[in-house]
Design a protein around this ligand. Structure first.
Ligand SMILES: Nc1ncnc2c1ncn2[C@@H]1O[C@H](COP(=O)(O)OS(=O)(=O)O)[C@@H](OP(=O)(O)O)[C@H]1O
Length: 376
């Protein structure tokens, strides 16, 4: 064989082995470049990863899934996460507005804060670094309210008094059951507005209030994710934070079984949106702004990144679960008690995952991490 041929064969062999070695990353990068998506360059990140993040964990919005992703990032990068004082429970003394005093001194100074709280910017600024980026997540009010109604059925006074726990009965005459100052009333009306520090009982007809509330959120939050477009939101989150693809892989947490959910037919969604009019305005506004940002990136590039993110997630998850995609299990069937998701009542089933006894630790370190569900 001539020297030239030997060189060509060696080149081909080393290219193939490099491809196999770099696997996902290289293939990923090539696919993205083929689409000419320079703004979606992945690995290594052009800028250092951003590590100071305040994630406002809103209720029943897929926020536990985001929180878990942040916990795993913090673990891998040795970052301190602010945790509440025991007396605050796992939420930062929610529903009281957040105070720096609620943060456990062992977790100060933090880089990341992500447990449930009622938003209070001035107090957050006292504990978080100056370069903190603020992120939150919203969910479409009808499905969110259905989830809240089922989850807090035994806790929230407004829901407990409804005959047969009927959502229809509540919506037919909400003022019959709802008292603005009663315990846990924040789960029964405009929960997103409340979590974001707003007045859940403000008259929705006051357009100035709603507009200035939304403008305030826009000034502070660099990204408002949308649960219905979770993966697309992660595309934006990853760019905002200059993170790698591995940093935004996840498994869904805190899901109810389909038997615990109610199909919203006929006029229910409109009634829910009406009752939660402030949240509906918020959601519509930030859903539209999410899509404007995605459009600016280029729908093809976003779709491509979402596709690659899902493929990478499946690969890592299969790595955790012995080559299979994990089965969702009711808590009672999960052998490892530490992995059992919290159950709000006997009427609601929250499902989770069991790790196989010989679970391996996969490349992105996502083995045990993503399976633990914390409603915190
Ligand atoms: N990735 C992703 N995309 C879309 N939806 C998701 C995702 N992960 C979790 N979920 C759904 O989010 C609901 C749980 O929300 P939270 O984790 O915020 O609840 S909690 O307030 O912390 O208890 C819960 O909704 P319901 O099942 O309707 O109750 C989950 O199924």
């Amino acid at each position: 064989m001539s020297q030239k041929k030997v060189f060509v064969v060696l080149l081909a062999v080393s290219s193939v082995s490099l491809l196999l070695h770099r696997g996902g990353h290289l293939i990923w990068t090539m696919k993205v470049f083929r689409l000419d998506c320079p703004s979606l360059q992945v690995h290594p990140s052009p800028k250092p990863k951003h590590t100071s993040i305040a994630f406002l964990k809103t209720h029943k919005t897929a926020s536990s899934t985001v929180q878990n992703l942040l916990f795993r990032f913090a673990e891998r990068h040795n970052l301190t996460v602010a945790l509440p004082y025991q007396s605050c429970d796992h939420q930062f003394c929610y529903p009281r507005p957040f105070s720096a005093r609620f943060v456990h001194p062992h977790t100060v100074p933090p880089r990341i804060i992500t447990n449930h709280m009622r938003f209070n910017l001035s107090e957050l600024r006292r504990v978080m670094p100056n370069d903190t980026l603020y992120v939150t997540i919203l969910r479409e009010p009808a499905s969110m309210f259905e989830s809240l109604f089922s989850y807090y059925n035994q806790y929230c006074q407004a829901f407990r008094h409804v005959p047969n726990g009927s959502l229809e009965a509540f919506l037919a005459d909400p003022w019959r059951y709802y008292r603005p100052d009663e315990k846990d009333s924040m789960y029964a009306r405009n929960t997103l507005t409340f979590d974001l520090g707003g007045d859940k009982d403000h008259a929705p007809s006051d357009g100035d209030y709603v507009s200035s509330f939304i403008a305030g959120i826009e000034r502070v939050f660099s990204l408002v994710m949308i649960a219905e477009h979770f993966d697309e939101s992660l595309v934006l989150l990853r760019r905002l934070l200059s993170w790698d693809l591995e940093d935004v892989l996840y498994v869904k947490l805190n899901m109810r079984t389909s038997g615990s959910k109610q199909n919203l037919s006929n006029e229910l969604p409109a009634q829910i949106r009406d009752w939660n009019a402030l949240d509906s305005r918020l959601y519509d506004h930030f859903n539209a702004s999410l899509w404007r940002q995605l459009d600016a990136l280029g729908p093809e590039c976003v779709a491509r990144e979402v596709e690659l993110l899902r493929a990478a997630r499946d690969r890592v998850v299969r790595g955790c679960f012995g080559g299979q995609l994990p089965q969702l299990r009711p808590a009672t069937q999960i052998k490892n008690k530490e992995l059992r998701p919290w159950q709000p009542s006997s009427k609601v089933d929250i499902v989770g995952y069991d790790l196989p006894p010989n679970a391996s630790r996969p490349e992105a370190g996502a083995g045990r991490g993503p399976t633990t569900s914390a409603s915190s």
